[in-house]
Structures are given as C-alpha cells and as structure tokens.
Design a protein around this ligand. Structure first.
Ligand code: SAM
Length: 368
C-alpha cells in the first residue's frame, strides 16, 4: 500500500469522527472567534463532526472571493467560508478520498438552503496534480488548506500548483503541522503517525526554503500552537522531535524581495475592516493599529498595496530610495563583527583607522 492509499484508508475508513484521532495534531484548532460561531452553527453537524483541521483558515476580506480548498475533507471550512464570500464569491474543494467527498457533496443542497445561495462545489483529485482538474490558471483570489500539506508525498508540486492557480495579489492561507527537526525514515513512514499528520510534517526551515523556491519569497507566520501526542504508544516513537501547528500566509505578489528591505515607506490602517476596528493583524509580527503611521519594509508595503487589502490603507513613500535592511529584521549587515584578524578598534579613528562597524539598531523601528 502506498502512503497515499494509506491516507485514503485512514480518512475514508479508519476515522469516523474527530473523536477517533490519537493526537491533537488535527482538531486542536485555534479557538473559533466569537463572530464566526453563528456561521459555524449553520454548518451541518455531520460535516463538522468529521472536521480534521489543525488551525483556523479564515483570512479577512473574503466577500466576492473565489476560493480553492486543498484537501477539503467533509467540507467544514468550505461551508464556513461560503458564507463569507457570499453569493458573488465561490468555493471549490478538492479531495482524493471518496468517503470524505461523499459527505461534503451530500450537503451542498442543505447549505444552499441555509445560506440562500449555492456557491460551493467539490472535485475528486489529488492536490499534487491540480493541473488535471481543468481549473483556470490565475483564477483564485485565495487558496486555503487545513492540515493537508503534511499528508502530501510531493509538497513542492502542491506549492507550484498553488502558484499557478493564484491570481496576482492572491494568497495561500493555510494551517499545517511542522517539526523542529528533520524526522527519521521510521517516523516518516509510520502509517498511523503519517495519517495523524505527524510523520509527513516538514521541518519548518525546509518548508520556508520550499516556499521560497516555489515563488513565495516572504512566508508570513500568522499563528501557531504546540501539538501533543496523547497516545502513550505513539509518543515514544518520535523521540525528542517537537511538533507545532502553524498557519502561514504566502502572498503571490510581484516584486517581493528575499529579505525585509527598508525603502523608507509607511502605511496607515484606516480601521475599516469590520472585524478589526482597532488593529489589523497581517501576521504574527505585523499588527497595524488604526490611524497610526507605521514604517514598514518593502514586502509588507507590497502585500498591502497589491492585494485585496489595499483600500483599507493609506500608503506613504515609494521604492525610489533604499536605506539598507529594514531595522530590526533578523541579521543585519554581515560586516557588524570585526574580521578575526582585524586590528582592535583604536580610541579615535584617524585617517588609517579600521572602518567603523555598521551600527545595529537597538529596537525595531517599525514592522519587522
Ligand atoms: C487531516 S484531513 C483535513 C480535512 C479538512 N481540511 C478539514 O479541515 O477537516 C486531510 C484531508 O486531506 C485529504 N488529502 C490528503 N492528501 C491528499 C492529496 N494528496 N490530494 C487530495 N486530498 C488529500 C484527505 O483525504 C483528507 O480528507
């Protein structure tokens, strides 16, 4: 049996509800915000009982969006987001497990009646082969996925398919499981650990490299939480490896740079997103307060300026000047430390003194 067949058997036959899971990898979802609860309550209970996600995949500003859900399972996220995109938007779910698809498809009519419109459809396919599904390139505003990428045996192919299907300015917003180290072969091929979304989890640094290679230069971490392995037989198998569920957003934006660069720009959030009157959380590090002028790196500027969030911001500056790395962004100049054989800095730099080290800013001045 291949790993893919094992995954189909796990989600199609082995599990019949989230109560059957042996770890908190799936279903330890970030708390559903209060404003979303009435929408979730409208989703059919059989759909929600087979929810196996590991995070909240609900980015802001979805009205009218066309969304693709990779590994849509029983359709919980699809039906939740159906209500946010509204009648002018649409959701397409893709899954390879017929039992999961059967549940999802069985309730399309039920939800159409609940919401007053039909905008959700499901396709049988594998997320590594999205080009086989007849979906038009660059036709999706947002692609989501909840606890599925780790189950893929060709994660690079999935990211390349996402890059192909996203509109420019769109984003891949997804929750998945990551490890703090590369896992040994025995863990990676263990059928239950794999099915439980642990065995196939990427070491987080490998994920970042893979995302950059697929054309997403600046992955943004939105939220994360640790995962515990509750089954006493499974826990010892992973040794010291630690697992996290994390939600990332990968923007497909022209001109994103490999690092946070300072072009002297700033943005001001208008406070106009209904769920965020006080501050807009772009990601874990970038929470933009209403009315405050916030210096930002070029990438953050572009993510707001070239995406569906543009109308909610005022933008200051352009890319006509460059001021070096954005203050506070990770490793600054490689020339900060003196070379091993450099003379010790003398008291007063004269004409022949060693160059003055580039100063390291004490505190982040803005977004990064
Ligand atoms: C952990 S469940 C998550 C389901 C759903 N996203 C949710 O939140 O309930 C993983 C789902 O991904 C599907 N899946 C796994 N690998 C896949 C692949 N390579 N192609 C398509 N679907 C896949 C499985 O069939 C299963 O329904």
């Amino acid at each position: 049996m291949t790993l893919q067949e094992a995954v189909q058997a796990y989600y199609g036959q082995e599990l019949s509800s989230s109560a059957d899971l042996k770890t908190t990898a799936c279903c330890d979802a970030d708390a559903v915000p209060v404003w979303l609860r009435p929408l979730l309550a409208k989703v059919h209970p059989e759909v929600t009982s087979r929810y196996y996600g590991c995070g909240l995949v609900c980015p802001d500003q979805l009205a009218g969006c066309r969304i693709l859900d990779l590994g849509s399972g029983s359709g919980r996220d699809a039906y939740l987001l159906s209500q946010l995109v509204g009648p002018s938007g649409s959701i397409v779910g893709v899954d390879m497990t017929v039992e999961q698809l059967a549940i999802a498809s069985q309730y399309t009519e039920f939800h159409a009646q609940q919401f007053g419109y039909a905008n959700v459809s499901f396709l049988n396919g594998t997320i590594e082969n999205l080009e086989d599904l007849g979906l038009e390139p660059e036709s999706f505003d947002v692609i989501i996925s909840n606890c599925v990428l780790n189950l893929s045996t060709d994660k690079s192919a999935v990211l390349q398919g996402v890059q192909r299907l996203l509109k420019s300015g769109g984003e891949f917003y997804f929750a998945d499981v990551y490890t703090d180290r590369r896992l040994p072969e025995a863990v990676r091929r263990h059928p239950v650990l794999y099915g439980e979304c642990l065995g196939g989890a990427l070491y987080w640094n490998d994920f970042l490299s893979m995302a950059r290679t697929a054309g997403f230069p600046d992955p943004r971490l939105v939220s994360h939480h640790p995962i515990s392995i509750t089954d006493p037989k499974l826990a010892p198998l992973v040794g010291l490896a630690r697992f996290h569920s994390a939600t990332y957003r990968l923007f497909k934006i022209n001109g994103l740079e490999a690092a946070c660069e300072d072009h002297g720009q700033a943005v001001i959030y208008h406070g106009t997103l209904p769920e965020h009157p006080e501050r807009f959380p772009l990601d874990h590090h970038h929470v933009l307060e209403t009315g405050r002028t916030l210096p930002v790196c070029g990438n953050t500027y572009r993510m707001l300026h070239q995406s569906r969030f543009r109308e909610h911001f005022a933008f200051i500056g352009d890319f006509s000047r460059h001021f070096g790395p954005f203050p506070g962004w990770g490793s600054l100049s490689p020339f900060n430390d003196p070379a091993p054989d450099a003379p010790a800095p003398g008291p007063a730099p004269g004409p022949s003194a060693a160059p003055t080290p580039v100063p390291v800013p004490a505190t982040p001045a803005g977004c990064c």
